[in-house]
Design a protein around this ligand. Structure first.
Ligand code: ATP
Ligand code: MG
Length: 200
């Protein structure tokens, strides 16, 4: 039996930004995770107007984590032509890595999405959740987490994280307005966005 612990960092990553990277690093350190798998979503039902090729989101994620040997990116959901449900994705990872304990990492806003996800009860038996505080979203996060656990069971661990007020929405807006994004996004991703004329 191995005692490996992997994090799964799910997101649209449109584009990936410094808060994503920093929160993954902090969660990795706090729980001593062996590896974090970044999992860019396919085109999820509630975000079906993304207006960007999923492969661009995948490429940017790959560039952002390059050089960090504890970070990996998975194309499972990107390559799935139908809708990917988290419970199925985590189920596949568990089959592939039967002896690994998984920690699914979300921000304070996304943990509440779990009510809309498929089969949260089962998902919470497959992995632990880590909920990272996010500026403007963390009001009574403890209470909200307690409600989720009371309803579905499982374990949700709350961490403070880097508390960076960054969002992909703001980055897309800044690019459209011709403003600089260097402070919010890894350099290689800034270059990719410029070269491929994304978000203009
Ligand atoms: P968008 O504005 O397009 O929704 P986003 O910045 O929220 O983009 P996502 O790809 O939606 O980024 O987020 C992926 C995961 O990272 C989610 O669980 C989200 O809650 C979390 N997250 C994103 N930004 C932050 C942040 N600044 N602090 C904490 N968690 C964050
Ligand atoms: Mg978001």
């Amino acid at each position: 039996m191995s005692n490996l612990k992997y994090g799964i960092m799910g997101g649209t990553f449109n584009p990936i930004h410094n808060a994503h990277i920093r929160m993954a690093e902090e969660v990795r350190d706090i729980f001593d995770l062996d590896k974090i798998i970044f999992m860019p979503t396919g085109t999820p039902p509630h975000k079906n107007n993304l207006n960007i090729d999923p492969l661009d989101r995948y490429e940017m994620t790959k560039l952002a984590i390059s050089g960090n040997d504890r970070f990996e990116v998975s194309d499972i959901e990107i390559l799935n032509k139908s809708i990917s449900y988290t419970v199925e994705t985590v189920g596949k990872l568990k089959e592939f890595y039967p002896n690994v304990e998984f920690y699914f990492i979300t921000g304070a806003d996304s943990i509440l999405d779990i009510y809309k996800w498929r089969n949260p009860e089962k998902l919470l038996t497959l992995c632990k959740f880590v909920s990272v505080r996010r500026p403007n979203y963390s009001d009574d996060l403890e209470g909200k987490i307690k409600e989720i656990v009371d309803k579905f069971g499982g374990e949700i661990l709350l961490v403070d994280g880097p508390l960076l007020n960054i969002s992909s929405t703001e980055i897309r807006e800044r690019v459209r307005e011709g403003k600089s994004i260097e402070d919010f996004v890894p350099k290689k991703v800034v270059e990719y966005i410029k070269e491929n004329k994304l978000y203009i």
